[in-house]
Each structure stands twice: as C-alpha cells, then as structure tokens.
Design a binder for this molecule. Sequence first.
Ligand code: F7E
Length: 350
Amino acid sequence: MKLGHKSRQSDCLGSAVYSSIRLAMAKKALITGVCGQDGAYLSKLLLSKDYSVHGMVRDASSADFWRLNELDLKDQIIIEEADMRDEDSLNTLVENIKPDEIYNLAALSFVGASWDTSVETSDINAMGALRLLNAMKEHSPKAKYYQASTSEMYGNSNGETFQDETTPLHPRSPYAISKLFAHWMTINYRESYGLYACSGILFNHESPLRGINFVTRKITDGVARIKLGLEDSITLGNIDAQRDWGFAGDYVKAMWEMLQQDTPEDFVISTGETHSVRDFLQAAFKEIAITDWESYVQFDDRFTRPLDVETLCGSNNKAQQKLHWEPTVSFEELVRIMVEWDLKRLTSAS
Ligand code: F7E
C-alpha cells in the first residue's frame, strides 16, 4: 500500500518533470487569429507535433473560443492578449514569448464587408502585419514568419487559366489591397533584413468551422435548415462567381511545411479546380436529395459587392514539388462534410 502510494508519487513527480522538460524543449509557435477557422486547425496540427502553442486574441474575456472548443483544444493553448493595432502590445508579446514560428492569421477576412470597414481592415491586415514583422525583427529575428496571403490579390484573371506565384496582382477590394500590402512587406523584410518570412497565397479554404457569412457555410447551413423544415429558402448574391475551394485542414499543413524549408519562399496553395457558387448549391442540395435547387434560392442585391472577383483557380505545382503538399479532400467530399456537420449541429440543437 505504502509502496504503491510512493510509486504513484514518484510517477507523478516523474511525469511532472517530464512534462516541464518537454515544455522547455518544445518549439514555440505564436498564432495570431487563433480563434478563426485556420487558427483552430493549425493549433491542432502544431499540438500534435508537440509545439507549445501561444494563441493571440485581442480580448480574452470577449473572444469566441467555439472553434477551439469544438476541436477540444482550448485548454492546451496558452492564450495571449495583444492587438494588431497596438505596436507596444505586439512588441511585448514577441519579446516575452520569443517564438520559433509566427503565423500571422489575424485579419478582418470578410471581403464583402471590407468596403464599409476599409480603414479598420487596412489597419489590422496591412499595418498589423507590418507591426508584427517589426516586433519579430526587433525581438525574435531568428523566428520564422508565415503571412496569410490570399488569392483575392489576383483580382480577375487576365485570360490565364491558372494563377501561380508569378501571376500579376490586381486586387479588387479594400480587403485584397490590405493583404497585398502585407504580402509585399513580408517579401521586403525577407529581402531587406534576411528574415525567414514567407507568404502562403491561399485560395478559398472551407470547413464546418467556416464563419456563417462566407458563401459555402451560408449554403450548407441553409440547406440543412431547409431539410429540417426550419427555413424554406437561401438568399444569395452573385452565384456565377467561381472559386477554387479546398479543405482548411489540408491548407494549414502547407503553412507549417512552408516554415520547415531551408529557405523562405512564397507558395500558392489551391486545389487546381474551380467551381461556381451554382455548382456548390447543386452539390449541397444533392446531399439532401433535392435536384430542383433553383426554386429554393433567392437573389438579393444586398449580397452583391461593388466589385467582385469572377473566377479563381490556382496552380499548386510549386507546392507539390517543393513542399510535397497536395489536397486530400475533393470538392464533393468537402460539400458533403459541411452539409452533414450542419445537419448534425442543427438536429442536436433542436
Ligand atoms: O464569397 C459570392 C461572392 O465571401 C465567395 C475569404 O476567406 O476567400 C474568401 O473570400 C463568392 C464571392 O469568399 C453570396 O460574391 C454570392 O464571389 O465566401 P466568400 P471570398 O470573397 O472568395 C479568400 C481566399 C479570402 O482570403 C477571404 O478572406 O461568393 N457570393 N452570394 C456570396 N458571398 C457571400 N459571402 N454571401 C453571399 O450571400
């Protein structure tokens, strides 16, 4: 009995010592925007690789941790408070943590709202990235930096079928312009100061953790509501727009891979397939056995934009060759996963 007690104690002591050694040896990652879709999937990936994950939020008391809770990660992440608009808070954060890797995912990311929030969008997405790069240069210059760049920077394709790392950029929204600034600052800091800083030009990436205001989740949520008799239609804007939609869980692996290379470079991450919003609607309604989906969809000008990007389709050749990365979830599977998740969520809530 005594022996058992003692050995349990020494086991506890052993595992406590082991945990603190592991923590001390673990790579430290700082993720801004940890509460977003990508922040949650990236946290999961890094924790599975034994990183110590520091997740930045603006205000912990009002932050919405639903995605981290959904993946059961909240207790494993060290939540840090700082603000992309506040240089001092970012300096203190980076100086205290001295991260090995910084993933800048924080952004106002809803393109449609960016005309109404252009100043705040620029402050957070563009100047915020610059403030963070400065903090890294000053306090953790050996860290590796990932900038969440976006296919929105391309704007409308000028006749080319695929966009790649060499395609000219012509942004068509305040959001895309703010991201363009951060993209070029990342390149400039790499070239000027020799920092390990790189950009992932990610095409649209979705999942059940996507915000409800993005078109994919709006559709899968709407389809699930129609199936359960909670709504009778979905109201949308431009359904002729075409996007290259992949699964977010795949895309965060590419972010990590980009920071494991010998030299920092920028990469396009995409599936190489494009589908219209119409195609997405058709596939989502098919999951609930509705083929005449047009009769369930309404148009409202409120959901159109002053300027939209019509077609995007990325070439992931460079990522395949250098990162050995490729998407694992097809368009149809992605739609199925999202519809099933929304059906399950709404069924258990009712
Ligand atoms: O729109 C059209 C809309 O808001 C897709 C962000 O993550 O990916 C995302 O940007 C398309 C557009 O995503 C509705 O006009 C029609 O053509 O889902 P979205 P997005 O604008 O492509 C990029 C890569 C990012 O970086 C962004 O942060 O769908 N559309 N009707 C609609 N879109 C919305 N949201 N709502 C509608 O009712």
